[in-house]
Design a protein around this ligand. Structure first.
Ligand code: ZN
Length: 207
């Protein structure tokens, strides 16, 4: 989704006048990012006798971009301010950017409206990461045949996350699925419609 935002900034009059392309608004590559922290927003601080620690970047103060890049604004916000928006607020701010609307809607549907857009993936909780994965799948659910194997998908999740996850799984089923069989392995082995049943039955006979 951030691709769409970068293109939006590159398309502003100010960016075009300066020859800034979409890459200028990426914090992963040199050009528009802050070079002190290489777009990380923080720097590693070595403390004597203590393990390394992180502090906000003294140059960009966590904005991740250099000051020239931050001079480009879209609706009075620079790109760092957009990254600081929550998914909920971004849905309003980017309401007429079609490429962003769908991703933001899906993120809100999986209960992640409170997350800042720029939240690093490494700082997500297990439940949040799982819901983002599902949100991604839901977005491409119409792209043909896909097999999902979920192995104890709710283990380790907070009950609230489990409820949200179940809602998403039901949506995947609603998007074209049909419950063929439920129950213990012995129950599944007897299910007429299940492709898995004969294999399971053979296996159960052996044990
Ligand atoms: Zn910096």
């Amino acid at each position: 989704m951030f691709d769409a935002v970068r293109k939006l900034y590159a398309a502003t009059d100010a960016a075009r006048a300066r020859g800034y392309g979409a890459g200028r608004f990426s914090f992963n590559v040199a050009g528009g990012r802050c070079e002190t922290c290489q777009g990380e927003g923080f720097v590693s601080v070595e403390l004597l006798f203590l393990p390394g620690n992180y502090a906000p970047c003294p140059t960009c103060h966590g904005d991740r971009y250099n000051s020239e890049t931050l001079e480009i604004t879209y609706r009075d916000k620079n790109i760092a301010e957009v990254l600081a928006l929550s998914v909920d607020d971004a849905a309003t701010f980017l309401a007429d950017v079609p490429a962003a609307v769908r991703s933001l809607r899906t993120l809100r549907e999986v209960g992640l409206g409170y997350l800042p857009l720029g939240q690093p993936a490494t700082e997500l909780s297990g439940g949040e990461a799982q819901r983002i994965k599902l949100a991604t799948e839901l977005q491409r659910a119409h792209r043909g045949h896909t097999l999902y194997l979920l192995d104890e998908p709710t283990s380790g999740l907070h009950p609230a996350d489990t409820a949200l996850l179940l809602r998403q799984l039901h949506r995947l089923v609603d998007a074209g699925g049909r419950v063929v069989a439920t129950g213990t392995p012995a129950d599944i082995a007897q299910a007429d419609e299940s492709v898995t049943a004969p294999y399971l039955a053979r296996r159960l006979e052996r044990t």
